[in-house]
Design a binder for this molecule. Sequence first.
Ligand code: CA
Length: 405
Amino acid sequence: MLRVAESFSRTDTGRQRRGNEDAAYNRAPLFAVADGMGGAQAGEVASGVAVETLAAGLPDGDRHEQRLAAVVRAANGRIHTLSREDDRRAGMGTTMTVLLAGEDEVTIAHVGDSRAYRWRDGRLERLTQDHSLVEEMLRQGRLTPEQAREHPQRSVITRALGPEADVAVDTSTERARDGDVYLVCSDGLTSMVDEARIAAVLQDATTLEEAGHGLIDAANAAGGRDNITVVLFRLEEVAVGPGAHAAAEQPTRADLRADEVRGAVATVERPTTETRRLRPRQQGDPRAAGPGPAPEPDRPTRRRRRAWLVAIVLAVVVVPVVGGALLARNAVYFVGADDGFVAIYRGVPVELGLGIELYERNYLSPVPVARVADRELLTGHEWRSRSQAYELVRRLEVGERADAP
Ligand code: CA
């Protein structure tokens, strides 16, 4: 199973525009870029409404492509209505490119000329086709790529959210892999920086953050004629027990134990510390090292005995207790909320003070807290196995449980 290991997003006004009409969304598992148009702040409104609609959560459904297309169409409807209610907003619109990171795939919904790319094994692949005049002419063979880059109409798009009451949304699903990096960006990047240069920046960067800043800097260095927005996220493989996210049946007692044990073992095998590297991870993860007794400085012989006693107490009592707590921390899950959305945490719901928490977020659902009528579900912090926690959240996501009217 894959999860989002890290993400980055940034929007930059560029060198020539006064305002920024782009908007970015960066909240795993959803990532998006919207590039508004319409002038006099209308474009800003359109792109803002697009990402707000996303923040309100995905509609129910089994298929990710349909759910994403539905949320993009909902945004279109809202923008269209707003543009008709207010003359100053007449004709406003926005692009929208949304990616949803799933367990082993990435789903894309797309309208306009913002783009999604995948960086894998040192190769950059474009995952979306622009809905733009020049791209159509390119496809028809009426322009060369070089002509397209300099074409005066290159920013004219043939599809957007807002102008019509309904919009056709392109969707696709890509099988994802450990180490994949996805880039979502507005044309303020791609109109200034060609793909070879984007690939070179990704290749040279050692962290997502460095890559993101590098891309924005490159667009500005090339002139920064438009707003530049970059969203990046990296996927990593995480080990899961059997049936962790499977069917609707509750796990049996035996399953549960196997799941817990395997979850704990798997975590020991694969430390979860997030290295912030784009390149393959290095060894020597500091968190993988267990707590060991502190080395005793040289002391007179008569004190050696006491030191030995301390070492034995540490070995017999402290290490197993701390080790047990760490194992429990890896095997126990609870459901709560993070920043308004339903979330799954791994660990026990305890804070030791000084910022030390015995839990970490394992998954952030697109379901907003407001949609969960049974708040006790989120505040009770009941201990669950991994599969129980994921099953509960899955049922919330598909609307089978605890939905507010
Ligand atoms: Ca733009």
